[in-house]
Design a protein around this ligand. Structure first.
Ligand SMILES: Cc1cc2nc3c(=O)[nH]c(=O)nc-3n(C[C@H](O)[C@H](O)[C@H](O)COP(=O)(O)OP(=O)(O)OC[C@H]3O[C@@H](n4cnc5c(N)ncnc54)[C@H](O)[C@@H]3O)c2cc1C
Length: 456
């Protein structure tokens, strides 16, 4: 297999190709893009080799736990753009509304030569892929296109710290950061009838209208899709990257890339981002180093964490020392205790925290530095750290465009001691790292941030 695919392709059931199969399916589950998508290019190669037409298939359901208008709109923007680009290459891209995902994928794949889908890191999706693979008599491929280095190659265990992981992943980068060339499909399947009841629509809002999902979460000013992701990437490289190290932790300014929602939905490839940065900047530049530390080390450490720790989205998944110290301080007196409704509606005594929550409510993207403060305060303002963990996951998954992602669970877990070390003991937090309002004041112009959020 060509170097582009090294380590990224895995058959998760031991089945032979179904030579009677009528088509190849690429079920696009995570990598919502036509560009730099290893699953798509692999599917085209298989189609060319086997002589079977390719169907790219996206299913939409309103049964998913956190389905809401905010992130569905963003996701659908990306899917519609991907559909257009895939069809311009002559390949059919069908979108269908379904109630039972497992049943529908199995049904469609029974007549297929092979099923190709994207690699999953979170429990629900991993179980789903396995359930389907176990029941099918055709090979099911999982392809890893949304990381620089495939998760099992980067490490075979849960890494305790970023520095242990950094060494491993950086030693592998040259081998895995390689261009992916687009393949030419030999069979143009775009006008084939694959027997799918496609959704008729003109834009993403029309699809939203036919879905029975939570519409109380407002739409975000961010528009989804590959071309928007490219716009943010180019603007970042041109105007922000040269000061990234200095200003990335200044929420009152705007020096982050804003790529996280696009990366979350696989609307842009992280490898494409790395290659684009390296086409303009040297690898040894301190700002590039700082950016890659987030994009490669912390992002892929989050995948490592969720892949190897089955309790990644629960309090139980934090390190033993952290649980012990939090339990010891569980009965410490709290000055403030808030209900979930007060927190959700940004009604606390702390205007800095309220601003962070308001930024989230209004835009669907809270600044990274405020996310840490926001989550730490939940530990201080609830009577039980387990409850704090659950509230953090609930709010993060509901409102962040980039929520429901390994980064979110790892980020929350970090606030509870994961990938961190014990600090000086203090009340409520024990040895967990603490953050204070005065710390924000010392580090950047927090009043300016409060004003910025008011004007959003
Ligand atoms: C409590 C908490 C919750 C978080 N929830 C999420 C979440 O749900 N989804 C999410 O994508 N990120 C989450 N993060 C990580 C981080 O805050 C966001 O990735 C970042 O703010 C995204 O903005 P950006 O793309 O402009 O970042 P940039 O600074 O431009 O970074 C570039 C990319 O690097 C990655 N990255 C940056 N910081 C981190 C980090 N700390 N951990 C892992 N990857 C990182 C992201 O993919 C990001 O898009 C959370 C962090 C904390 C502390």
């Amino acid at each position: 297999m060509e170097q582009e695919f090294t380590g990224r392709v895995k058959v998760i059931n031991r089945r032979q190709f179904n030579t009677n199969g009528k088509y190849i399916i690429y079920w696009i589950s995570h990598s919502h893009r036509a560009h730099f998508n290893h699953s798509l290019e692999f599917a085209i190669e298989l189609s060319n080799q086997s002589g079977k037409p390719l169907l790219v298939y996206f299913l939409i359901t309103d049964k998913y736990k956190y389905s809401n208008a905010r992130y569905y709109k963003f996701m659908l923007d990306g899917i519609l753009e991907a559909k257009k680009s895939v069809e311009e290459r002559g390949i059919k891209f069908a979108i269908e509304k379904v109630n039972d995902i497992r049943q529908r994928i199995i049904e469609l794949s029974e007549n297929a030569y092979a099923l190709i889908t994207d690699k999953a890191y979170l429990k629900y999706h991993r179980k789903l892929n396995k359930y389907i693979a176990d029941r099918l008599d055709v090979p099911v491929y999982e392809i890893e296109s949304d990381v620089c280095v495939p998760v099992e190659i980067a490490s075979d265990r849960q890494e305790p710290y970023a520095f242990t992981f950094r060494k491993k992943i950086y030693s592998l980068l040259d081998k895995y950061i390689v261009e992916l060339k687009p393949r030419e499909p030999k069979i143009k399947s775009v006008s084939f009838d694959f027997g799918i009841e496609e959704i008729a629509f003109n834009n993403s809002l029309e699809i939203l209208n036919i879905l029975n999902i939570d519409k109380s979460v407002s739409l975000s000013p961010f528009v989804g899709g590959y071309s928007q992701a490219r716009k943010y990437l180019e603007e970042f490289i041109e105007k922000k990257l040269h000061r990234y190290k200095e200003f990335r932790s200044h929420p009152e300014l705007d020096y982050q890339s804003n790529l996280s929602p696009y990366l979350h939905f696989g609307q842009i490839s992280p490898i494409e981002v790395v290659l684009e940065v390296l086409s303009k900047y040297g690898r040894n530049d301190e700002n590039v180093d700082s950016f890659f530390n987030e994009l490669i080390v912390w992002r892929e450490l989050a995948r490592n964490f969720c892949y190897y720790n089955p309790n990644y989205n629960q309090y139980e998944g934090i390190p033993e020392w952290a649980k012990e110290t939090l339990e010891e301080h569980k009965n410490d007196k709290r000055e403030y205790i808030y209900t979930i409704e007060e927190l959700e509606n940004a009604k606390t005594h702390d205007e800095y925290w309220n601003s962070a929550q308001l930024e989230l409510l209004k835009t669907g993207k809270m600044h990274n530095y405020m996310r840490m403060y926001w989550c730490k305060k939940l530990i201080e303002w609830t009577d039980d750290p387990k409850k704090a963990f659950d509230i953090a996951c609930y709010l993060n998954d509901k409102y962040e465009l980039d929520g429901r992602d390994p980064n979110g669970y790892a980020g929350i877990s970090w606030c509870f001691g994961t990938h961190d070390r014990p600090w000086k003991e203090r009340k409520i937090f024990g040895k967990i790292r603490y953050m204070s309002a005065s710390g924000l004041e010392a580090k950047f112009d927090i009043k300016k941030y409060v004003e910025k959020v008011k004007n959003l």
